[in-house]
Design a protein around this ligand. Structure first.
Ligand SMILES: [Mn+2]
Length: 371
């Protein structure tokens, strides 16, 4: 068994008997579970494991926790493809539902055992991870800093930088540590995540590019950038094997009670699925959310088309009217729709994605609710 699989299997085994551990290090990715989040999680956990002096101590554990359930792996086709290609057993990865963080924090509290958490690709804990808050000691993220979410009381290190991929930040951290040799499989997996996040393009002079080429030299697979991007993008966009609900959940963010699924098709096309409307309704019920904002993009030959579907689950007409007005001001034009509580907006500006739409919607939402 190769080094990476050995590490993953050992981590998995120890996660089954975490109560026996004296020291646990949790590396936690974001709930959307996109490629760079997943690869950063595994890479950073492997890094911590390899650079710890007490490797032979069987009461120290390093858990790379993918922040979704095992079923969630099957709908993330591009992840699955890369793991299978790298000969990594999907059943030996650690998924969010396999660990009970409440119990863990309770069990470790008031003892001298150590429980530490490292966040990658996000810096806000969602509600059911909030219990880990005081254990967080390190954060790597490439999203804009959430000004509503404060970490100031905590003694921890945060690296938030505007790069295309979170793997870029983690790789940089790994390469800086001279005692650590980046594993060749991990190098390949992180390389692929960066290629995906930079859309298969070269970005000379950026940290993304620098890390991409450093990882390339460590990797054993050596597929061309363009070729990798084409494969991953096709896998990501292919969703004819998924139900509308699966399409909504495979890249989903849930923040401040609002759902933000990202889709690789336009909202107008998504709504053509027979159960599309019911799927959004079901999702809102599952999360007890009163607003879902579908961020939808489709590539056409020379441009990226963006539209946004907004589902007002439990909100009155007045809220809707105000929302439409504010959203209009941000260059989102309302299209005629056939539903009372679901509206589609076409984006009239040049370029936008979830990273920008999410804070915009939160601001509008809080603005209206507060008025
Ligand atoms: Mn990311």
């Amino acid at each position: 068994m190769d080094e990476l699989n050995k590490f993953l299997e050992e981590s998995y085994e120890r996660s089954l008997e975490w109560g026996r551990m004296n020291e646990i290090h949790i590396v936690l990715g974001n709930e959307a579970g996109d490629l760079d989040s997943v690869m950063s999680t595994i890479a950073y956990a492997h890094f911590l494991y390899s650079t710890t002096k007490h490797q032979s101590d069987d009461r120290i554990a390093f858990f790379p926790v993918l922040n979704f359930d095992r079923d969630g792996m099957d709908i993330r086709s591009e992840h699955k493809y890369l793991f299978e290609q790298a000969d990594i057993n999907l059943d030996k990865l650690i998924y969010r539902n396999q660990l009970n963080f409440e119990e863990m924090v309770r069990d470790f509290g008031n003892t001298n055992r150590i429980l530490k958490t490292y966040l990658v690709d996000h810096h806000q804990l969602r509600e059911n991870d909030e219990v880990l808050r005081e254990t967080v000691c390190r954060i790597f993220d490439h999203r804009p800093l959430d000004k509503y979410y404060s970490w100031t009381d905590f003694n921890m290190k945060m690296r938030i930088e505007k790069v295309a991929s979170c793997c870029t930040l983690v790789a940089d951290e790994l390469f800086k540590e001279t005692s650590y040799e980046v594993d060749s499989k991990l190098a390949h997996l992180m390389y692929c995540a960066i290629v995906y996040d930079t859309k298969g393009r070269d970005r000379p002079g950026t940290l993304d590019e620098e890390m991409k080429s450093k990882l390339w030299t460590k990797s054993t697979y050596r597929l061309e950038t363009k070729e990798i991007f084409k494969i991953l993008d096709e896998l990501h966009c292919k969703c004819d094997h998924l139900t509308p609900l699966q399409i909504l959940t495979r890249d989903l963010k849930f923040e401040k009670g609002i759902l933000f699924p990202r889709l690789s098709m336009l909202a107008v096309d998504f709504m053509k699925f027979p159960n599309a409307y019911d799927a959004i309704d079901t999702l809102c019920h599952q999360y007890k959310s009163d607003l879902a904002v579908l961020i939808c993009t489709r590539k056409s030959s020379n441009e990226q088309l963006v539209d946004v579907g907004v589902f007002f689950s439990n909100l009155d007409c007045e809220f809707k009217t105000k929302f439409v007005k504010k959203f209009n001001e941000a260059k989102f034009a309302l299209l005629d729709g056939k539903y009372d509580n679901f509206s589609i907006f076409k984006f009239l500006g040049k370029k936008i994605g979830r990273k920008k739409i999410l804070p915009l919607v939160l601001e509008i939402y809080e603005n209206i609710k507060g008025s």
